[in-house]
Design a protein around this ligand. Structure first.
Ligand code: R5P
Length: 295
């Protein structure tokens, strides 16, 4: 049986520890530092040449550019040192929203990142709740998207007047999946994003939500613009309370304060990016995937 090592970056070591403890594997935390000019340095603190395989875990946000370079350095070193199989776990995959060329001349950045990881020897790239699962594929590497939707349904069980809402049609499949577990009604809004300014607008819509508790479910809260616009519409429709649930909470420019000001009652996030709103732990889902991969 292949001998696997778990290596995580310092801000991801809770994930590394959980995976290692559950699967009975050795876990090391990579050493990292930044050179005075800003370049990254990483080092494995043990001799890794006796291992056949590596599970490399990186919370790649914040500082996503630097943290992706760290992953690439660690992968290349492992490959150089004779590791045959590398499974990379990036609970939040940066650049995943640029999954197509929206305007002429743009890169498909998700493909750029996946190509780099694959060319550096990734056998598997694992993430959680990728923006668009159908865009998560690359030649020569297996891409695994972990869905946290049952965990969201479990949190909402017992709320009798809950309505699930996708802030746009692109995320409708998420609320459908939560609803499959929960049995709650669901709907969606129509969102438009200005591809130059990033500004979000939404079309008012008749929804049967008056007197209900609405849970907006999305993959990412970045500027909060999507949730704020949705909340304005919901409030005008007489919703009792609006809650925001998202897997990855970037919460840029005090998005949380602005969301609360707009009338959001609660924010729930997963631990792919730890914040004060982290209430859903996806580590067990990561463990389940890795257990299957290395058996
Ligand atoms: C986009 O389609 C995503 O699913 C999210 O709705 C979006 O990334 C959220 O961004 P923001 O919080 O900046 O509106």
């Amino acid at each position: 049986m292949a001998k696997y090592l778990i290596a995580s970056f310092p801000w991801s070591s809770d994930v590394g520890n959980d995976v290692a403890n559950a699967l009975g594997l050795i876990h090391v935390t990579l050493e990292t530092k930044q050179f005075p000019d800003g370049e990254s340095y990483i080092r494995y603190p043990i001799d890794i040449t006796t291992y056949d395989g590596l599970i490399l875990i990186q919370r790649a946000y914040p500082e996503q550019n630097n943290r992706l370079i760290q992953v690439m350095l660690a992968m290349h070193a492992a490959h150089d040192l004779g590791i045959k199989s590398i499974h990379v776990v990036l609970p939040y995959l940066p650049y995943s929203r640029q999954d197509r060329r929206f305007r002429d001349g743009e890169p498909v950045s998700l493909q750029t990142i996946l190509s780099l990881l694959s060319s550096l020897g990734a056998s598997t790239i694992i993430t959680v709740d990728i923006h668009k699962p159908e865009a998560f594929r690359i030649n020569n590497a297996q891409c695994i998207n972990i869905e946290p939707f049952k965990l969201y349904a479990d949190r909402l069980r017992g709320i009798s007047n809950a309505v699930l809402l996708s802030p746009d049609i692109g995320s409708l499949w998420r609320v459908e999946k939560v609803s499959e577990y929960l049995g709650a009604p669901f709907s969606y809004l129509e969102k438009f994003r200005d591809r130059v300014t990033g500004e979000v607008t939404m079309k008012p819509k008749e929804l049967d939500v008056a007197g209900k508790e609405v849970f907006i479910i999305d993959d990412i809260i970045a500027t909060g613009g999507t949730i704020i616009e949705a909340t304005k519409i919901l409030k005008s429709l007489g919703v009792t309370r609006v809650h925001a649930i998202a897997t990855h909470c970037l919460l840029l420019n005090m998005a949380d304060s602005r969301m609360f000001e707009a009338g959001v009652s609660s924010i729930t996030c997963s631990n792919t990016i730890p914040t004060r709103y982290t209430e859903v732990n996806v580590n067990q889902l990561i463990i389940n995937v890795i257990r299957e991969l290395i058996k």
